[in-house]
Design a protein around this ligand. Structure first.
Ligand code: AGP
Length: 633
């Protein structure tokens, strides 16, 4: 999950590449580099660590070039050191490559190339690619295929190279002998082409393109693009020329700006009320009411083939999307009576459950590019394709990127419309995913007559109040929690507990704190504490308990009491009305229907994690060792 950019045109390439990498730095920030074709030579500059190190290195450096490629790295193979930074070149330094992904068969390719005299200088898998391309180019020259004079040789060398690579990868290549071309190839890792006026761009993700053009072409798997000053040609890995229609993005470049906020994460937390409003506008059928139940209460418009004789749902997801899916399970089972299983995609890939008829498979991924989730879905799809007489494959994707890889894999998607999320810690996409599950559960409850029209109306009315309630909380709590967070500067461990529909919120609160403040934190079902984790408690371990009026309210309060009896500092995420003596401090939440409460109980936990990390001076938007979308296994 690195970030790749490329530019060919009339402007100076360096600044365009650097600003593109800035927009992709959330994908990885272990090192950065760029290569430009200057006066018939490849000029490559790389730096360890954040992009600003590369920028500093380039100050005062002459890079007169209108063509170049760039990279920001999330280390998979080889330490985050400069010698492992991209671009990587061949021995002659005339071919330079940047890659996002993994070449799984790089060891055998490297061994073969070393046996042919190639010298390797890095520990990476990527370095085999420029060496392979150089090998093919020299073969073509040797076989009288007219060396560098033959323009097709570069494309052919890259084509033959990508056909030798196993794994999920996207690459961009420049060659000093072909100074007017960038070659880009995709196999299972995202990359898009931006079409400008006499200039062309490539990037792993659209935020790096929107400030230059809204006209974008997404490469599909098994495709190569040739970018020249005159235009873009697309080929498949077999070498056939393809015709592809670009699409118009309609993204304002300000979407990827921080505006008044110190971090994208805080901006995205404050965007949640409007994100929920936009989901309600899009997916609640305003013509529906409890009396007129002939039409669905939602505008999901999912094809009836997905629902036909539906008996169970199987969900695949990772990280925060897995937590949203646990709430989805609760809603689908409690509101629509559908038995639902939630799988860690990375586990399900290697332990598939027995095939069952009439199963809806759902992949939940905000980026739409998480390798484990895509692979688990593809595997489940193939298992059913292999037994067409017995099983049919029904695939639904819940994603924030309608143009992403999952959209190409599933029958239908629910676009969660959260807008691009830059902060590595997911916030607004989490609440938007949960909203998607409310709509799906309501749609199925109506379709299966599992809930009365009155109850559906009640839930919809409650959801429509959520944006204003979120705004009140953000207004009241942001600075309050900022002050409150100071006391945890030296805290080493945190425990979060919840029950029922708020147990996943305890998990999410713990994950947010872990990933941005580096504090060890665990989320537990409150009732599980006394079966072991309670042994962790003492006066140095704060316990956050989510206690919302409803089925399990009293149970959570007594679990909180048990923790208090072990001197733990008790923080309640609960309505003001809750008996004060249980908690040492309260992060107040309006007393809404328990079923809707996760949309609100998550807010103070996002703010707590944010302010603890910000107060520690940590890089909240780009936490160490993480990346926004995990496109490798
Ligand atoms: C959440 O804050 C993390 N960024 C991470 O756990 C993330 O949720 C996970 O990688 C799944 O990403 P996806 O939704 O894009 O598939």
């Amino acid at each position: 999950m690195c970030g790749i950019v490329g530019y060919i045109g009339t402007q100076s390439a360096t600044e365009i590449l650097l600003s593109g990498l800035e927009k992709l730095e959330y994908r990885g920030y272990d090192s950065a580099g760029l290569a430009a074709v200057c006066n018939g030579q490849i000029k490559s500059v790389r730096a360890k660590g954040k992009l600003h190190n590369l920028r500093e290195k380039l100050v005062g450096m002459e890079m007169p070039a209108n063509i170049g490629i760039g990279h920001t790295r999330w280390a998979t193979h080889g330490k985050p050191e400069e010698y492992n930074a991209h671009p990587h070149t061949d021995d002659t330094g005339r071919v330079a490559v940047v890659q996002n992904g993994i070449v799984e068969n790089y060891r055998e390719l490297r061994k073969d190339l070393e046996s042919r005299g190639h010298k390797f200088v890095s520990e990476t898998d990527t370095e085999v690619i420029p060496h392979l391309i150089a090998e093919f180019l020299s073969n073509f020259a040797g076989n009288g295929k007219g060396g560098t004079g033959n323009r097709e040789n570069f494309l052919e060398a890259v084509r033959q190279t990508v056909n030798k690579l196993d794994g999920a990868f996207a690459i961009a290549v420049v060659c000093a002998d072909y100074p007017n071309e960038i070659l880009v190839a995709r196999q299972q890792a995202p990359i898009s082409i931006g079409l400008g006026q006499g200039e062309f761009f490539c990037a792993s993700d659209t935020p790096a393109l929107v400030s230059h053009t809204q006209v974008v072409l997404s490469l599909e798997n098994g495709e190569i693009a040739r970018l020249t000053p005159l235009g873009v040609e697309i080929y498949n890995f077999e070498g056939d020329r393809l015709n592809k229609m670009p699409r118009i993005l309609n993204w304002s470049p300000t979407l990827v700006e921080k505006h008044i906020f110190k971090h994208f994460m805080l901006k995205e937390i404050h965007e949640q009320p409007n994100v929920v409003r936009s989901c309600l506008e899009a997916y609640i059928n305003s013509d529906w009411d409890a009396m007129n139940s002939l039409v669905s209460p939602t505008n999901l418009k999912l094809s009836s083939s997905l629902y036909k004789n539906l008996e169970q749902v199987e969900i695949f997801a990772c990280g925060t999307s897995w937590h949203a899916s646990l709430i989805g399970k609760y809603l689908l089972e409690q509101l629509a009576g559908i038995s639902t299983t939630v799988n860690y995609a990375s586990e399900a890939r290697y332990a598939p459950s027995p095939l069952r008829k009439n199963t809806l498979l759902i992949g939940v991924t905000q980026s739409g590019e998480t390798a484990d989730t895509l692979a688990a879905l593809a595997m489940e799809h193939q298992r059913r394709l292999d037994k067409p007489a017995e099983f049919e494959s029904r695939l639904l994707g819940i994603t924030n990127r309608a143009e992403s890889s999952i959209a190409n894999l599933v029958n239908q998607i629910i676009d969660i419309r959260a807008g691009v999320e830059i902060g590595v810690a997911a916030t607004k996409t989490f609440v938007a995913q949960v909203m998607a599950f409310y709509f799906l559960a309501i749609d199925l409850a109506w379709q299966r007559k599992y809930l009365s029209g009155e109850r559906i109306a009640e839930i919809i009315n409650g959801l429509q109040k959520i944006p204003a309630q979120m705004e009140q909380m953000l207004e009241a709590q942001d600075s309050q929690i900022e002050d409150f967070a100071h006391q945890f500067n030296d805290t080493q461990d945190f425990i979060f507990v919840g029950r029922g529909i708020n147990y996943p919120i305890a998990l999410e609160g713990a994950l947010k704190l872990k990933e941005i403040s580096y504090i060890h934190a665990e989320g537990y079902p409150a009732g599980e504490m006394k079966h072991g984790p309670i042994a962790l408690l003492d006066d140095k371990v704060p316990v956050v308990a989510i206690a919302m009026p409803g089925l399990v309210y009293e149970k959570v309060l007594s679990n909180a009491q048990e923790a208090k009896a072990r001197d733990a500092q008790l923080i309640g995420v609960t309505p003001e009305s809750t008996e004060a003596d249980v908690f040492d401090s309260v992060l107040a939440v309006p007393a809404v229907d328990e079923l809707l409460s996760p949309m609100l109980t998550v807010i103070p936990l996002q703010l707590l994690a944010y302010h603890i990390a910000a107060h520690r001076g940590l890089d909240v938007d780009q936490p160490r060792n993480l990346a926004k979308s995990v496109t490798v296994e």
